[in-house]
Design a protein. Structure first.
Length: 116
């Protein structure tokens, strides 16, 4: 079992930046990849960015060039640096760990609000 704890959400003005953190604990050797998803009110949860154990990354088209996912293997932590934030980035952001045949683990979510 893998536990995920997110931090770093908050209120920011358009054009601003935030960095989200996700610390993993438990059976971390079962993790294939980690990523960030988000869910805005009335919308489905969507992939934002993912990073594999090998360091490969993938981004949603809507955040490409503005968001950067990275990981600190020594600290078992994944980060999401969000720059040039837009109103439409407002959502609850969830950390995800893909465990292969064991499925997924999810964090509790952290609110990001972009507002002037």
């Amino acid at each position: 079992q893998v536990q995920l704890v997110e931090s770093g959400g908050g209120l920011v003005q358009p054009g601003g930046s935030l960095r989200l953190s996700c610390a993993a604990s438990g059976n971390i050797f079962s993790i294939f990849s980690m990523g960030w998803y988000r869910q805005a009110p009335g919308k489905q949860r969507e992939l934002v960015a993912v990073i594999t154990n090998g360091g490969s990354t993938k981004y949603a088209d809507s955040v490409q060039g503005r968001f950067t996912i990275s990981r600190d293997n020594a600290a078992n932590t994944v980060y999401l640096q969000m720059d040039s934030l837009k109103f439409e980035d407002t959502a609850v952001y969830y950390c995800n760990a893909f465990l292969g045949p064991r499925g997924d683990s999810w964090g509790q979510g952290t609110q990001v609000t972009v507002s002037s």
